[in-house]
Write a protein that binds this ligand. Structure first.
Ligand SMILES: [Mg+2]
Length: 169
């Protein structure tokens, strides 16, 4: 099923290079809002900064794919030194196609990292790549559309735990 997460992490910092090595993942496509920072925020937590450095040292390629506007995504992506795609229309896999081209990897070598079932998890499922699903970084979402979609997420998260899935932290 393309909506039940395959993996759930407490936050982005809980994704470790040894996990990625075991899964054969060499590249990550990163969401921004409530994944790398809060919704609409330009704040970069020291722990996220350190995590990005850890990924680079492990040879993991990184790129940003967000549904948000260029005005919001660009300053954050440039600050962390990553290329970016804005208005990606996730769950449509267009942004992931651009990202894969950019990263130069096969589908099995890349994963989507994000906090929303109906955008990040679904886009990964439609494109045929794994999703490293995260619990949202903050409980706040500005967009009304996101607030509505949030109400339907617990079903899929609970399904993951019922099937014996663990929380990576
Ligand atoms: Mg998000």
């Amino acid at each position: 099923m393309i909506l039940t997460p395959e993996f759930i992490f407490r936050n982005v910092e809980a994704i470790h290079p040894d996990f990625l090595a075991r899964q054969g993942i060499k590249a990550l496509v990163l969401d921004v809002d409530n994944t790398l920072t809060g919704d609409g925020s330009q704040m970069l937590d020291e722990s996220v900064k350190a995590w990005l450095q850890q990924m680079r040292e492990a040879g993991i390629s990184l790129t940003v794919v967000s549904n948000n506007t260029a005005k919001r995504v660009r300053p954050f992506a440039e600050r962390i030194g990553l290329e970016w795609v804005s208005l990606a229309c996730k769950p449509l896999p267009i942004g992931l196609m651009v990202a894969r081209h950019r990263l130069g990897v096969t589908k099995s070598q890349m994963a989507m990292v994000g906090d929303q079932i109906y955008t990040d998890r679904m886009a990964a499922g439609l494109y045929g790549i794994p999703c490293l699903f995260l619990l949202p970084r903050t409980p706040h979402d500005k967009a009304r559309g996101v607030q509505i979609k949030r109400k339907f997420e617990p079903h899929w998260v609970q399904k993951y735990f019922r099937k014996g899935g663990k929380l990576y932290e």
